[in-house]
Structures are given as structure tokens and as C-alpha cells.
Design a protein. Structure first.
Length: 238
């Protein structure tokens, strides 16, 4: 009985020892699996972030490669159409001049105030125009035929509103072209648009005349066509 009990005791110790070793191996494998899972998750997150960055960079380059040339082409097409319209006006000009010589002379003769505005506009290094894209198309259509007007290389558009950078000579071209259209075009709506844009350009240039400044230290010239109604005042009852 003693020998049988000793054998059972040794067998029990051996089983317990093997169970302990098995538990350690399982624990080690579980830790290895958890480490592998963490490394895999980190790698996937890093890969996704890099993929997003690559896609975002690609979309930005696509916008730069496609969007800006399309804006430039659109502006050039408008300029070509304006040139064709000017050609048609030039062909009909002799007959109109014969019918209304006095009016033509009055339209072409600039006043002293007009001359001051044009000289001041010519001195503007660069200006920022903010207006609806339809107003911008109207301006380009009627001013692009002027030899001093330059269609900007890029046009930023957000929710239908465009922001463009133009030079002083382009402002001179805008003033003279808009004045010509407002004085000579037979369509009331076209004259009204031209008069409004001309007045806003003139007001901005007049501000430069009234408060002249050269170089840094002053706000850049901004011409904004964005008229709105004044917000209603809400009365509060006591």
C-alpha cells in the first residue's frame, strides 16, 4: 500500500508540474497574440492615415492641375466672346455715329473727374475683387476687349462668389469699359449692371484719392460687390 501511495503521489506531482508548464505556455502565447493584435492595429491605423494623406494630396493636385486651367480657359472664352461682340459693335459704329454724332462725342469725352479716377486707378499695384461669378463674367465680357485688361490666372470660387486679384491697368480698363457700356448700350438691364459696377469701382478708387498711401501700412485695395439689406432691429419689450 505504501508503494502504491508513493507512485500515485509522484504521478500527481508530475501532472501538476506539466499543468503549470502548460499554463505558462498558454499565458505566453496569449501575450504574444495580444502584442501581435496591438502591432497589427497600429500598423493598420498608420497605413490608413498615410493612405488618407496620399488621397488628400492627390485631390489637391487634381484641383490645381484641372480646376485652375478650367477657370483660366473659361476666362479666355469670355474674353474671346467679348472680342467678337466688340467687332460687331465696331462694324455698326459708323452708322450709329452718323445717326447720333453729338451723343458719341459726349460719351467719349472724359471729364476731369474721370481723368483723376483713371490716374488713381493706374497707381494701384494690386486689388482684390469680390463678387458673384455672374457679375465677374459680366465684367470680363465687357472689359476683356480693352488692351489693358488682363484675365487673372486663377479665380477662387466659394458658394458662387469669386475672389480674384487684378492690377491697376485692369481697373482702368474696367472703369472705361463699364462707363462706355452704361452710356451706349441700348438694353436697360445691361446699362444698370454696368452703372452699378462702375459706381462701386469709382467709389473704391475715390477712397484711394481721398486717403492716399504708398507701400505697407495700409489695408490692400478691395472692391466688394455684395449689397445686402440692413438687418432688422428686434425691439425688446420691458
Amino acid at each position: 500500500m505504501a508503494i502504491f501511495g508513493k507512485d500515485n503521489s509522484d504521478l500527481l506531482h508530475q501532472i501538476l508540474r506539466e499543468l503549470g508548464e502548460l499554463r505558462e505556455r498558454v499565458t505566453g502565447q496569449q501575450q504574444a497574440i495580444e502584442q501581435l493584435h496591438g502591432d497589427t492595429t497600429a500598423t493598420l491605423n498608420t497605413g490608413l492615415a498615410e493612405t488618407r494623406a496620399v488621397v488628400r494630396d492627390g485631390l489637391q493636385r487634381h484641383q490645381e492641375m484641372i480646376g485652375d486651367p478650367l477657370n483660366r480657359i473659361s476666362g479666355e472664352l469670355v474674353a474671346i466672346r467679348a472680342g467678337v461682340n466688340d467687332l460687331g459693335r465696331d462694324r455698326s459704329a459708323p452708322a450709329q455715329a452718323a445717326a447720333e454724332p453729338d451723343r458719341e462725342i459726349a460719351d467719349q469725352a472724359p471729364t476731369a473727374n474721370d481723368s483723376d479716377l483713371l490716374r488713381a486707378a493706374a497707381g494701384i499695384s494690386a486689388a482684390e475683387l469680390q463678387m458673384h461669378r455672374d457679375a465677374w463674367s459680366f465684367l470680363v465680357e465687357h472689359a476683356a476687349g480693352d488692351r489693358h485688361f488682363r484675365v487673372p490666372g486663377s479665380v477662387k470660387e466659394v458658394d458662387g462668389a469669386v475672389t480674384v486679384q487684378v492690377s491697376g491697368p485692369s481697373i482702368v480698363a474696367a472703369l472705361t469699359s463699364l462707363q462706355r457700356v452704361s452710356n451706349s448700350d441700348g438694353e436697360p438691364g445691361t446699362r444698370a449692371i454696368a452703372e452699378h459696377l462702375h459706381r462701386r469701382f469709382s467709389e473704391t478708387v475715390q477712397a484711394v484719392i481721398d486717403q492716399p498711401h504708398r507701400g505697407d501700412g495700409a489695408e490692400p485695395v478691395r472692391i466688394v460687390i455684395d449689397d445686402r439689406a440692413k438687418p432688422a432691429i428686434v425691439e425688446q419689450n420691458d
